[in-house]
Design a protein around this ligand. Sequence first.
Ligand code: GRF
Length: 217
Amino acid sequence: MKKIIVLISGSGSNLQAIIDQIKLNNINASIECVISNNEDAYGLIRAKESYINTQVINHNNFDSREDFDQKLIYEIEKYNPDLVVLAGFMRILSPIITSKLIGKIINIHPSLLPKYPGLNTHAKVLENKDIIHGVSIHYVDDGLDEGPLIAQGEISINAHDDIDKVIERIHKIEHDLFPYIIKLICNNLITLDENKILYSDDIELNDKNIIYKKYDI
Ligand code: GRF
């Protein structure tokens, strides 16, 4: 069984989706700790309700990003995790963290990367009248929302979609795709080798060699 640490900053609906799939024995892992930089994150309540360890490391209590990251990696390494999952963790991580977790840390980002790294992705999609949108799951490296892409989920944008509707639809596909990818990683069916992702032979990939799902949600 793999040991996972989940980092959050907010609502934790992705965390909940992962917890639910672990409880259903669909993911062969245990969440050793949920760490939040925000003491008010609702995800902390979700974790406690499932009897999962929680820890708050408030970045405001540190003089620099580096000091915060040193503390964070110190706490993460105590658990010797197989996988660190960024599930709505709203801090940019420095190489202090990323260099120590290469191939063991993944993020979910609400856009079809490389389109729209950073914040406000849904507003940008609507502003630009894009006809498709989606989510990306990637290994984390030093860049902002960069690092080798593992999978993407796509939705079409409907004429009547407003921002709330888009967020709702994006969350639905996140809650399907993220636990699925975590399951594959925990079963050693996806690994990172020298910046190249290795997928098990029976996993279907698109022409860009990533998992790509179109959702009709
Ligand atoms: C998700 O949309 C995720 O893609 C982004 O932050 C959001 C977190 O939502 N990185 P939640 O806290 O899991 O509900």
